[in-house]
Design a protein around this ligand. Structure first.
Ligand SMILES: Cc1ncc(COP(=O)(O)O)c(C=O)c1O
Length: 415
């Protein structure tokens, strides 16, 4: 039945009590039970991000060019600090957005419009060539802008296959994509090789570092073997990186960067043909929370490189231990050789979806892959304190599935 607005309101205190009660239905993410979606434990970084967000709770980043110059300053400083992490050459530029999807859609649009402005049209539909593992945000962009997304198979190492990408490019290809890392397998694609192909064919390359952008640079600094993925590689024209994932900033916050002003030329939207005159935005959305901008600035300034390195060190040591713990359970195997904090594992012997069902009974919301069938975890600091408990439940779940009569799992992979 549809809920009707009450004639008379509820006391604020009761409203909040009701909200707290409703939340009881949700996954217990604070205790590491969610496979993704939330990244920060309730600690000093969380509290700082929240306070900075609340400081700018009512300001609107739409108005940063006129009413709220401090928001413009904060965004510019976030972009500048980030460009330093991504080897942005002089002239590189960027913008904050409300999420990875928006960053990707904006990059595709900037790319498409530059393509159309500078190339004669063949009359055919434009296309994007990407490994099968790229995020559906590219499909969303394709649907909005009538661009075909050509997904090509990944290699047996669960990384993009440069030869397959090369073969799929034609004269209507506006963009090739590589992920750093991809969401399903956590592997960083061979960005240098793909970028070399893109340069040779005169095609724009986008790196989707939405997941890895704010952990990979620090992982490299602490000596982890992370392949090059950013503007240090000639041929990388744009890059997306999410602050609200491993940047440890409150949602909504992402960034998108361009190698040159020319690449960024068609990113902003401007329209003057309505009664109110010049309307200018650098996001798809109009009104957007200035809180996300202020909070990202606050977290960057607070953590600095030393803080992010410390967190990367700690998190990646736990990821190593998780991986070792999974590999030590007979019948399970990690897919490929993931580079950062995403781990997916499957089995040649048992149905891992049945293992996921048993884990769900114990309160662990399963993350799943359908191709190949696997359990998926985007490990964050939330998962560190519960590692032993998770691994022990996993071992018991595998044992239970092994001992039970084979039956089809009822689970379906849903993100
Ligand atoms: C690799 C990758 N790209 C893009 C996105 C989209 O980000 P958002 O959910 O912030 O729109 C995600 C989300 O998980 C992702 O994993």
């Amino acid at each position: 039945m549809r809920m009707l607005m009450p004639d008379h309101g509820m006391a604020a205190e009761d409203v909040l009590t009701t909200l707290a009660a409703l939340k009881q239905k949700d996954c217990d993410w604070k205790n590491g039970r969610a496979p993704a979606y939330a990244f920060n434990p309730v600690d000093e970084i969380y509290e700082l991000g929240r306070s900075a967000f609340l400081e700018y709770f009512s300001e609107n980043a739409l108005g940063m060019h006129r009413a709220f110059p401090s928001v413009k300053q904060l965004e510019t400083e976030v972009i500048d600090m980030a460009l330093g992490l991504f080897n942005g050459p002089p002239g590189a530029t960027g913008f904050m957005t409300t999420g990875g999807t928006e960053s990707i859609i904006q990059a595709v649009q900037a790319c498409r419009d530059l393509f159309r402005a500078t190339r004669p049209s063949s009359g055919n539909r434009n296309n994007i060539v990407a490994p099968d593992s790229v995020h559906p945000a590219f499909e969303k962009a394709g649907r909005l802008m009538d661009i075909q997304v050509r997904r090509v198979s990944v290699g047996t190492d669960f990384r993009a296959d440069p030869a397959a990408i090369r073969a799929a490019i034609d004269e209507d290809t506006i963009m090739v994509v590589g992920s750093a890392p991809c969401f399903p397998y956590g592997t960083i694609d061979p960005i240098s090789e793909i970028a070399a192909i893109a340069r040779e064919r005169g095609v724009w390359m986008h790196v989707d570092a939405c997941v890895g952008g704010y952990i990979a640079p620090f992982a490299r600094m602490i000596g982890r073997p992370i392949p090059a993925f950013d503007f240090a590689i000639e041929g990388v024209c744009s890059l997306s990186a999410d602050l609200h994932k491993f940047g440890l900033c409150p949602k909504p916050a992402s960034t998108v960067f361009y190698r040159t002003a020319d690449h960024a030329r068609f990113h902003p939207f401007e329209f003057s043909g309505w009664p109110s005159g010049r309307f200018y935005t650098t996001t798809i959305v109009g009104t957007r929370p200035a809180g996300g901008v202020a909070a990202a600035w606050a977290v960057f300034r607070h953590l600095g490189i030393a803080g992010y390195k410390r967190i990367a060190e700690d998190l990646l040591a736990h990821v190593d231990a998780y991986r070792a713990g999974i590999a030590a359970i007979p019948g399970l195997k990690v897919l490929g050789d993931p580079h950062l904090s995403i781990v997916a594992f499957g089995s040649d012997e048992i149905d891992v979806f049945r293992v996921a069902e048993v884990m769900a009974e114990k309160g662990w919301l399963p993350g799943l892959l359908q191709r190949p069938k696997a359990i998926h975890r985007m490990l964050s600091r939330l998962h560190m304190p519960v590692m032993d408990e998770y691994l022990s439940d996993l071992r018991a779940a595998v044992q239970r599935v092994r001992e039970s009569t084979p039956a089809a799992s009822r689970l379906e992979a849903i993100y």
